[in-house]
Write a protein that binds this ligand. Sequence first.
Ligand SMILES: Cc1cc2nc3c(=O)[nH]c(=O)nc-3n(C[C@H](O)[C@H](O)[C@H](O)COP(=O)(O)OP(=O)(O)OC[C@H]3O[C@@H](n4cnc5c(N)ncnc54)[C@H](O)[C@@H]3O)c2cc1C
Length: 312
Amino acid sequence: MALRLEEDVLLKNYCTFKVGGQAKHFVKVETEADLREALQLVAKEHWPLFILAHGSNVIFPDEGWPGLVILIGIKELKIEGQSLRAGAANMMNELVDASISNGLAGLEWAGGLPGTFGGAIRGNAGAFRGEMKDVIASVRSIETTTGREIERKNDGAMFGYRDSIYKRHSEVIVSAAVELRQGDQAELRATADKWIAFRQDRHPLEFPNVGSIFKNTPIGRVPENWMAHFHDFIKNDPFPIIPTGKIIDDAELKGFKIGQAQVSEKHANYIVNLGGATSKDILGLIDHVKQVVRDKFQIELDVEPEVVSSKE
Ligand SMILES: Cc1cc2nc3c(=O)[nH]c(=O)nc-3n(C[C@H](O)[C@H](O)[C@H](O)COP(=O)(O)OP(=O)(O)OC[C@H]3O[C@@H](n4cnc5c(N)ncnc54)[C@H](O)[C@@H]3O)c2cc1C
């Protein structure tokens, strides 16, 4: 099928933060053949390339994207025995629901996790002591520059805290398989629903946001003179950390605003778009939070979502 290429597409309509200017060129691909064709076009036209899925972990610049945005729409979902195979564009909640309906355990922690399977693999998404790396059996990808197909087993994907080889290699994840185990359907449903309810209760889902704005803080980053202050809040998820929300809260930044971007009143590790925020507001607020935390606690924070630069 011929590609349906669009021009000047507003990226704020394709991300959960609702910020970002126009993509010069934009195409949605629903098959691997379309993806290959789009990648060939990028090579031919020398366009900068950005791969987009659900847009729940990206901050697009107000200036937009000067090249082609490929929106990944490749889907499939099948279960054989204890193995579930899905396309990169299947939403994580589809995987959670399908596994539970088949009495398969391993994905309940992802109840309420926004975004696609491919996006979750790339960032080794995790919550409530679960991570993608615990369940992934294999991942298929296509190298953007050569079109070469690559299949990696779990250890080849080099998963780390919110990290994988796909953050360093120019590849598009097209599909993957997860290995699950037998479980009790009603118990699995109750666990996933518990996490969905927890998110609805604790996170500011009433405003556009991008999830946690900073990664959690490894205890090794906390200076000795502040350890006693944070000691009771140490969590082992997925290694000993201080929840960064606690650090930002103690820096008295809840509610702080730049333009229409605000440190959430409900959860200090969320920045929310109060309506009409710009990427500049959000990035300014991120810098401010980092500086205040650095000045007060001598702790360095790492930004979690992908901050896209219009100059790439
Ligand atoms: C309310 C809320 C709560 C959240 N809670 C959590 C949480 O608990 N834990 C957590 O880890 N994250 C969380 N997130 C962040 C986000 O949901 C995850 O990072 C998610 O996995 C991103 O998937 P996506 O489809 O939205 O990816 P996108 O935002 O579209 O893309 C993210 C990055 O992955 C790349 N990418 C996407 N698809 C592919 C692909 N197929 N191949 C190669 N690269 C690709 C993109 O280029 C981009 O760099 C939350 C976000 C929100 C809004």
